[in-house]
Design a protein around this ligand. Sequence first.
Ligand code: 2DT
Ligand code: MG
Length: 225
Amino acid sequence: SDPSSSRRGAFIVFEGLDRCGKSTQVARLVDRLEREGQKARLQKFPDRTTAIGKMIDAYLQSKAEMDDHAIHLLFSANRWECAAAIRQDLNRGITVIADRYAFSGIAFSAAKVSRSAEMGLPFDFCLQPDRSLPLPDLTLYMSLPQEEATQRSQFGEERYETVTMQQATRKQFRLVAEEVKKIHGGTKWIDVDARGTIEEVEERIKGSIGVLTDGVIGRVGELWV
Ligand code: 2DT
Ligand code: MG
């Protein structure tokens, strides 16, 4: 029998702070794969098109207020409502490229400084709702020094787009990376230098992904399990 039939699509996640070039690179990668005749699709998180996504969108635009725990759970629920389709596509041989995932969920929520306490939500609390979601085969963390991120362009108007919040989130992303390496091993998370031109960064990403987009052998794993 055809050995390639046992391969499934790869689940590749892009993470990073605002203005690191994530969305540009994700779009270019999906374009390239399609040009090469591979089956690939983009999955944006938050997916603002669903009913839950619309609540998240209102919150991010400060059109709605919400308890920190409640919005954290909505971000996770937004992933859960897409989880079955991701798994199904992977098993059909489609490479799924995600623009943000559970790691943004943890880093941003844990970075919040509430008025009542000097800390964000407890790290463990932030981790739990995403437990057993599809496990990314690779997470590319696009790493950009704060000064360079600030130079690239002004932040937008959305909640979290402040230097204070970005710096706190940067620290939490380090802890998230440690957790991924501890639970899932060192090959699942790669820091990519996001400095330089779009083409330079694209080349680095291509090198990090390697042959993953040719397909993966083995079942889709479960996050934090
Ligand atoms: P975009 O600018 O990429 O649309 O993200 N966020 C994202 C969270 O706080 N929790 C999550 O689970 C996810 C996926 C990061 C909008 C903002 O939402 C934050 C930035
Ligand atoms: Mg944004």
